[in-house]
Design a protein around this ligand. Structure first.
Ligand SMILES: NC(=O)c1ccc[n+]([C@@H]2O[C@H](COP(=O)([O-])OP(=O)(O)OC[C@H]3O[C@@H](n4cnc5c(N)ncnc54)[C@H](O)[C@@H]3O)[C@@H](O)[C@H]2O)c1
Length: 248
């Protein structure tokens, strides 16, 4: 039997970031109970969600540490006794062309962007399996389909996360757990604005069918759908929500 949404617990990593905090706002408005983490403080985003009436647990976690991931997952289960939805949204981002990309930096992309979603999914899977319901949503990037110079480490990791999404979906389909990925395009928000020249946003937008710069709000409908009961027959997919940049 379908469980009512307000009981469900949604875990969001990278919750303090530009897209993460927008996702949290949407989930709070939809009535989910929330478990938030980031290595940056989640105090503000948690307070915002609480003002919307959401029940919120938040704790710091460096996703580059397997021990901290395990401790966070245990704390979520201790608090709520369940974890129904996991949004692996945190990521290491950056740009280094091959000549400047050393092996340690390359591995750090893989650690944060593939190993951490793997470990967090694995830690929360028993709780999802026990209830016969789960939604794992991995935030990737449409640069995985359309890389540009300098994103080798990042794109390799996001392609790996797409692989993890597909392979895990195949293993979990019979448990009522779906695993999908969502690929945004370059999105303007408080953390991307200071590090990207404004022409970069505009020139990206010109590559889209819909020629305006993406904002965090643009992905929220797709996020809400992919974690909902309505998406129960959709798994292993990567959904581009990018203004029509990548037409698969
Ligand atoms: N903003 C864009 O243009 C864009 C485009 C495509 C895809 N994405 C993807 O969207 C997701 C969210 O990105 P964003 O734009 O909100 O970036 P952001 O920098 O605003 O947020 C990312 C958050 O992840 C956290 N984080 C990073 N490494 C961590 C670690 N090791 N442990 C714990 N927390 C860590 C950061 O503290 C930050 O709060 C990422 O997966 C990113 O790859 C973003």
């Amino acid at each position: 039997m379908a469980q009512s949404k307000p009981e469900r617990v949604a875990v969001v990593t990278g919750a303090a970031g530009g897209l993460g905090s927008a996702i949290v706002g949407r989930l709070a408005a939809e009535g989910y109970r929330l478990a938030l983490t980031d290595r940056a403080p989640c105090t503000d985003v948690a307070a915002q969600a609480e003002r919307c009436g959401a029940e919120v647990f938040h704790a710091g976690c460096d996703l580059d540490s397997g021990e901290q991931i395990t401790a966070f997952a245990q704390a979520v289960l201790a608090r709520y006794g369940r974890a129904d939805i996991l949004i692996n949204n945190a990521a290491r981002m950056g740009m280094q062309p091959i000549d400047e990309l050393d092996i340690d930096t390359f591995r750090s992309y893989l650690r944060t962007n593939i190993e951490a979603p793997f470990l967090m999914s694995k830690a929360l899977l028993p709780a999802m399996t026990a209830r016969g319901f789960g939604r794992i949503l991995n935030i990737v990037s449409n640069s995985a389909w359309a890389p540009f110079p300098g994103v080798l480490g990042y794109v390799t990791s996001k392609m790996g996360l797409i692989g993890l999404t597909r392979a895990l979906a195949v293993e979990l389909g019979e448990r009522g757990i779906t695993v999908n990925a969502l690929a945004p395009n370059l999105t303007r928000h408080r953390n991307t604005e200071p590090i990207m020249p404004s022409e970069a946003f505009e020139s990206h937008a010109q590559l889209q069918a819909i020629k305006r710069v993406a904002t965090p709000a643009d992905i929220l409908g797709a996020v809400a759908f992919l974690i909902s009961d309505d998406a129960e027959f959709m798994t292993g997919q990567t959904l581009s929500v990018d203004g029509g940049h990548i037409l698969l």
